[in-house]
Design a protein around this ligand. Structure first.
Ligand SMILES: C[S@@+](CC[C@H](N)C(=O)[O-])C[C@H]1O[C@@H](n2cnc3c(N)ncnc32)[C@H](O)[C@@H]1O
Length: 215
């Protein structure tokens, strides 16, 4: 009950305030502590780390905020961009940044129920913790079913429940990813974000999880 109230407050009030602030300051990141160039650096490191060739491939950003990561990917890797966000103002800005992109203003869960595309990179950065554990599992399974061979799901800002980070609404239990680690269909990788991105502005224990559909 407390967690769902906290989540409601987080999404319906805090996220909208951030979006309003971004609209006026032109900051490309939704979360207060980050900037647009932080997001560009993170997505570029993820692309390099996984040696992704995204030329003419499909990249989906779920909870894309103002579209900063998609803009970077389109401008530097000539990919096809798809973005989803709940907040109208974010989608408005994302469409301006990525005129060629395909954007959906609405709930990630609804979007994933009606997918017609396959993807080569799916980004879930700073978003997964907005969903209950059972919804997180459902979202991940739907994304994995939509990956092209060699395609990758990047879950950023992953936190486990024993980290007790006050802003994370639904952190995952320690054994949450075991099913993906053990699956032969996928390659599972997890790295502390400080190691991947350098000195990080989030929690030091935060990780990025990468699940690749076996090529
Ligand atoms: C912390 S922000 C991260 C945004 C972006 N990925 C970034 O790194 O700047 C979380 C984003 O997820 C969006 N979001 C949260 N719950 C959502 C949902 N159920 N469906 C679609 N978008 C959602 C919010 O509107 C917000 O833009």
């Amino acid at each position: 009950m407390f967690q769902s109230l906290k989540n409601f407050f987080h999404i319906k009030i805090v996220m909208n305030l951030y979006s309003l602030r971004n609209y006026f300051t032109n900051n490309g990141a939704v979360w207060l502590r980050l900037t647009g160039s932080d997001l560009e650096k993170m997505v570029s490191k993820i692309i390099d780390y996984n040696r992704l060739d995204l030329d003419n491939k499909n990249v989906l950003d779920l909870g894309c905020g103002t579209g900063t990561m998609l803009q970077y990917a389109v401008e530097n890797h000539q990919c096809n961009a798809f973005g989803v966000d709940l907040i109208r103002l974010n989608i408005h800005q994302a469409k301006k940044k990525v005129p060629s992109g395909n954007f959906y203003r609405g709930d990630i869960l609804l979007y994933l129920n009606d997918l017609n595309e396959k993807f080569d990179l799916v980004i879930l950065y700073g978003v997964i913790g907005c969903f209950t554990i059972s919804d997180q599992k459902m979202i991940i399974d739907k994304i994995l079913a939509s990956l092209n061979p060699g395609g990758i799901l990047w879950i950023g800002a992953n936190l486990y429940e024993d980290f007790n980070y006050k802003f994370q609404t639904y952190p995952v239990p320690r054994d949450f990813y075991n099913v993906y680690k053990e699956s032969e269909k996928f390659i599972f990788d997890e790295v502390k974000e400080e190691k991947l991105f350098g000195k990080h502005k989030y929690e030091p224990e935060q990780t990025s999880v990468m699940i690749t559909h076996q090529p």
